[in-house]
Ligand binder design. Structure first.
Ligand SMILES: [Zn+2]
Length: 91
C-alpha cells in the first residue's frame, strides 16, 4: 500500500510538524492544523491504513482507546467542552 503524499504518514514519521497530544506504539493523536473547533484532535494509525476495512481489531481498539483518553483530557482541560464528537473518515 503506497504512502506517497499521505500527510498522516508524514506526520507519523515526523517529517511534518504536528502538536502531538498522545501516542502509542500503533496510534498517534495530534491537533488538527485547521481545527473545526478548539480541541479538534485527529487520531490516526501510525501505519498507512486509509480505510476502516484496513484496520485490524487491535489497531481499531487502540484508536478508540486513544480517542477516549483525548476526550477525557479535553473535558478536564481549560477549554470549554460541553461534549465531544467522534467522527471517522473512512477513506
Ligand atoms: Zn498514510
Amino acid at each position: 500500500m503506497t504512502t506517497d503524499g499521505c500527510v498522516f504518514c508524514r506526520i507519523a514519521a515526523r517529517e511534518l510538524d504536528a502538536s502531538v497530544v498522545l501516542e502509542s506504539a500503533t496510534v498517534l493523536a495530534f491537533l488538527d492544523a485547521d481545527p473545526v473547533t478548539p480541541g479538534h484532535v485527529l487520531v490516526v494509525p501510525r501505519a498507512h491504513l486509509p480505510t476502516l476495512a484496513d484496520l485490524d481489531e487491535d489497531i481499531a481498539a487502540e484508536m478508540f482507546l486513544v480517542a477516549r483518553s483525548v476526550a477525557g483530557a479535553l473535558r478536564q482541560s481549560s477549554l470549554r467542552c460541553d461534549g465531544v464528537n467522534l467522527f471517522y473518515a473512512d477513506g
